[in-house]
Write a protein that binds this ligand. Structure first.
Ligand SMILES: [Ca+2]
Ligand SMILES: [Ca+2]
Length: 233
């Protein structure tokens, strides 16, 4: 992955005392969210975040686990993305530990391994109700795929999206052990399956065709709660 590191020196100069925690952002034009504490009170929340049911979707983001988080022996789900409706608090989730995994309608698929280092990585998951085809990508490479996952189903509209926590009720019932701890940028959701080449372009250059998402990263920055640190480019 190519990192755009032009802002790193400036960032390091501006944030004294945090130097050891910072690495170059993969997306020099985009703000970062830093989830620095294992707590149930740090998150960003969007209500009524999907207008129409999703019969296909892609969710992607860049994440950098903090050292020792992913190898922690405590229960640690590292839930980056959680979408809940009244009938299903796990309508659509994407968590990184103990295995990189997704839930749709409460049904689970995972890649069989967790995050193995504390570097930035680009994560994507694609799904379609046609055959229930799905795929996980890490750094633009498909690492796990299959069929029959929520075949002919959908992700319901009108739910609430939370970044950084797993919802066990709509907009709440967070558990610190399931929180994401690390840096995050460019969480986006589409209502279609992105092509492998689109995902590779995102992973390598952070390029996203603007206006194509159903949930955009820019929507989250004014919805932050608790101690999440926003770092602007
Ligand atoms: Ca939970
Ligand atoms: Ca849940």
């Amino acid at each position: 992955m190519k990192f755009a590191c032009s802002i790193c020196l400036l960032v390091l100069l501006l944030v004294s005392g945090m130097d050891a925690e910072l690495q170059c952002s993969p997306c020099s034009e985009e703000y970062l969210m830093l989830f620095q504490e294992r707590t149930s009170t740090d998150y960003s929340i969007l209500y009524n975040s999907i207008a129409d049911p999703l019969h296909a979707t892609t969710v992607c983001f860049f994440a950098r686990d903090y050292p020792d988080e992913s190898s922690s022996t405590t229960v640690d789900s590292q839930c980056v993305y959680s979408y809940a409706i009244a009938e299903s608090n796990n309508e659509f989730n994407f968590c990184l530990a103990p295995q990189i995994r997704v839930l749709i309608n409460g049904n689970r698929r995972d890649v069989g391994f967790g995050v193995e280092d504390d570097d930035w990585h680009h994560y994507c998951f694609t799904w379609s109700d046609v055959n229930g085809d799905y795929a996980f990508y890490i750094d633009g490479v498909s690492v796990s795929s299959g069929a029959g996952f929520v075949r002919d189903g959908h992700i319901s509209s009108g739910g609430t999206t939370v970044i950084g926590q797993d919802q066990d009720s709509v907009g709440g019932d967070f558990v610190a052990a399931q929180a994401y701890v690390g840096d995050l940028t460019q969480v986006n959701v589409w209502n279609k399956v992105l092509s492998e080449s689109d995902i590779q372009a995102q992973a390598s250059t952070c390029y996203i065709s603007e206006g194509t998402q159903v949930i955009k990263w820019s929507q989250f920055k004014d919805k932050v709660q608790g101690g999440v640190v926003l770092m602007r480019p």
